[in-house]
Design a protein around this ligand. Structure first.
Ligand code: FE2
Ligand code: FE2
Length: 156
């Protein structure tokens, strides 16, 4: 996989600087994760690196959702509850994935890393897709709301 690949797309831009930076950062983690999985085809991959990436994603998601929800609260976004629920679902799914990874990691000691890496690949695909769709469908909605708010600058 080419290092220059960028999973972020211009249509993800919300024009809210801190949020756009955080969204890009998560895609960078997804790309890093995809590259670790890809490299496993040619050379042994350090399982601890894959685990580290998952935990980085988890921390990143927590921080981003905290930032975003504080903004929704500040602007009294009317759909805040539904939006927070979507974040909760993501975190719950990530928690389930992490548990699956631990099971595969235990198996990998005897059976090799194939199952673990397949699991990591699947998780990575899910996270990347979820992140992109959530930005396009849900985050863009609050960005439009904020732009429509009289007296509030969108760049916060
Ligand atoms: Fe969101
Ligand atoms: Fe977001």
């Amino acid at each position: 996989m080419n290092e220059k690949v960028n999973l972020w797309k211009p249509e993800y831009m919300l024009d809210i600087d801190i949020i756009d930076e955080q969204h890009k950062g998560f895609f960078d983690l997804c790309l890093k994760s995809a590259m670790v999985c890809e490299s496993a085809r040619n050379k042994p991959v350090k399982l601890s690196d894959v685990i580290r990436l998952i935990y980085d994603m988890r921390g990143y998601a927590f921080r981003h959702f905290f930032t975003e929800e504080a903004l929704l609260l500040k602007y009294a976004y009317p759909k805040i509850y539904g939006h927070m629920s979507q974040h909760d679902i993501f975190l719950r799914t990530l928690q389930e994935f992490t548990a699956e990874l631990h099971v595969e990691l235990a198996k990998a000691e005897k059976a090799g890393p194939e199952g673990f890496l397949a699991c990591a690949n699947h998780i990575n695909g899910y996270l990347t897709t979820w992140w992109g769709e959530h930005i396009l469908n849900t985050d863009q909605d609050y960005a439009r709301f904020m732009r429509g708010q009289k007296g509030h600058a969108a760049k916060d």
